[in-house]
Design a protein around this ligand. Structure first.
Ligand code: ARG
Length: 427
């Protein structure tokens, strides 16, 4: 029910004692089944009552009363799941633009690309994303435009500009010295990094991303080598946590992964070279691993055409298989994992292709789905509102024609997407 306070025309006083009840927007959804992602149980013949953007009630068809005047959404033949959540996306990046091609992309152009990608991502069934790196707060602007209803897209948790050392994976290293090109979030030293954390928060970041090691796609960096020192990582995490936000660390190399975990990051991105000690540390600290194991197929298959540097392709030839092996071991050890793809490096909308790889490399279908729903919501600290279909949570859900626990590839092409109680995609 919406209650409104209004201004009395005659007296000019705020009348709060009388509350007007505006017509709430009620939608009744029926489907063949509903997947409880916490238990893996399938509820047969569910009936859901959505009120505005929330789930008001969940029951059984024929048992739960349908409120008068409700709109009916008949998803017979479909299984309902919570909206999918990808915890590592670059929503404003274009997979066809890598390496030197990227130098020709302006900030406004990048932002507009993000608008198109947001729609594609939502229509792929991803109703929430964590964006871990964009230029000039394009991700923040896009998040706000989506929240205002100006453009369609997923809920975005945005990092703003990732922090990095001079010449590191998060700097701009393509041009020679005389161009003086440098990422605005490059900082060296504990106080300098704190200042960049503060800058990102000032301009609207929901979390902080930093680069703990070299990367595949950056020029002149070693994937295995640590970049920030332990002291700098500690400062980044302490400053972010002080301000009430979490930190995601890009880290491929073993020592960088361990330093990031010890610093207290919420998630390690990529996490390619895990040894037993790194796995143990992640378990001890409750750190999430956020591993983009589909990425390698696109990079090695299409990367050259898209402008990926030869040195990056060489690095990927080593990292891809190591990362998949690390993924299997981390799953076996029971480390907390989220679904993360690095979409933007490869085409947005293909996010769902990673599910089958996660199963191939050691997860059960339920674990892969949990990574993209309840685990992701918990990483974000939003498990009270997102990540499962439960009373009181946001009405974000998808529907697929069958049981994804039996056929995980159903999540690659999602026919029905509902976000905030509204149908965002129908067949
Ligand atoms: N953005 C990442 C980097 O440049 C991509 C890593 C992709 N490779 C992989 N195997 N996940 O380091």
């Amino acid at each position: 029910m919406k209650t409104a306070r209004y201004l009395s025309l005659t007296t000019g006083m705020l009348v709060s004692a009388i509350s007007l009840t505006a017509q709430a927007d009620i939608t009744v959804v029926k489907a063949d089944a509903l997947l409880d992602v916490k238990t893996g149980k399938l509820q047969q013949k569910p009936l859901l009552i959505l009120e505005d953007n929330r789930i008001r009630d969940i029951g059984e068809q024929g048992k739960l009363a349908i409120p008068e005047g409700a709109k009916l959404l008949d998803l017979s033949g479909q299984t309902l799941l919570p909206g999918l959540m990808d915890m590592h996306v670059h929503i404003t990046s274009d997979a066809a633009v890598h390496g030197y091609k990227g130098l020709a992309v302006s900030l406004p152009a990048e932002t507009i690309t993000g608008v198109a990608n947001a729609k594609t991502t939502l229509e792929a069934g991803f109703t929430t994303i964590r964006n871990v790196g964009a230029s000039g707060y394009s991700d923040v602007a896009l998040r706000d435009a989506i929240n205002k209803g100006e453009v369609p897209g997923p809920r975005i948790f945005a990092s703003g500009i990732p922090l990095g050392i001079t010449g590191g994976h998060c700097d701009n290293n393509l041009l020679p010295y005389e161009y003086q090109d440098k990422s605005p979030a490059v900082a060296d030293g504990p106080w300098a990094v704190r200042e960049k954390v503060r800058m990102n928060i000032k301009y609207g970041a929901d979390l902080i991303k930093y680069c703990a090691t070299g990367g595949v796609l950056s020029k002149g960096t070693k994937v295995g080598a640590q970049q920030y020192s332990q002291e700098e990582m500690n400062a980044i995490v302490e400053e972010a946590n002080l301000r009430g936000i979490h930190v995601a660390a890009h880290a491929h190399g073993t020592e960088g992964i361990k330093a990031a975990i010890k610093a207290g990051v919420r998630s390690v991105e990529h996490a390619s070279f895990l040894d037993d000690e790194a796995i143990k540390l992640a378990k001890q600290h409750g750190t999430y691993l956020s591993m983009d194991i589909y990425n390698t197929e696109y990079i090695l298959g299409e990367g050259e055409k898209a402008g990926i540097l030869e040195e990056s392709l060489d690095k990927e030839r080593v990292v891809g298989s190591k990362q998949r092996d690390s993924f299997s071991r981390a799953v076996k050890a029971g480390v907390k994992m989220v679904f993360s793809t690095d979409a933007g490096v490869y085409p947005h909308g293909d996010n769902g292709k990673q599910f089958s790889r996660m199963v191939r490399f050691g997860m059960t279908p339920l674990q892969a789905i949990q990574a993209a729903t309840i685990n992701a919501a918990t990483l974000l600290g939003k498990e009270g509102e997102l990540g499962s279909i439960e009373t009181g949570k946001f009405a974000d859900m998808i529907a697929v024609p069958g049981n994804p626990l039996q056929d995980i590839s159903l999540l690659e092409t999602v026919p029905w997407v509902i976000k905030d109680g509204n149908v965002a995609k129908r067949p």
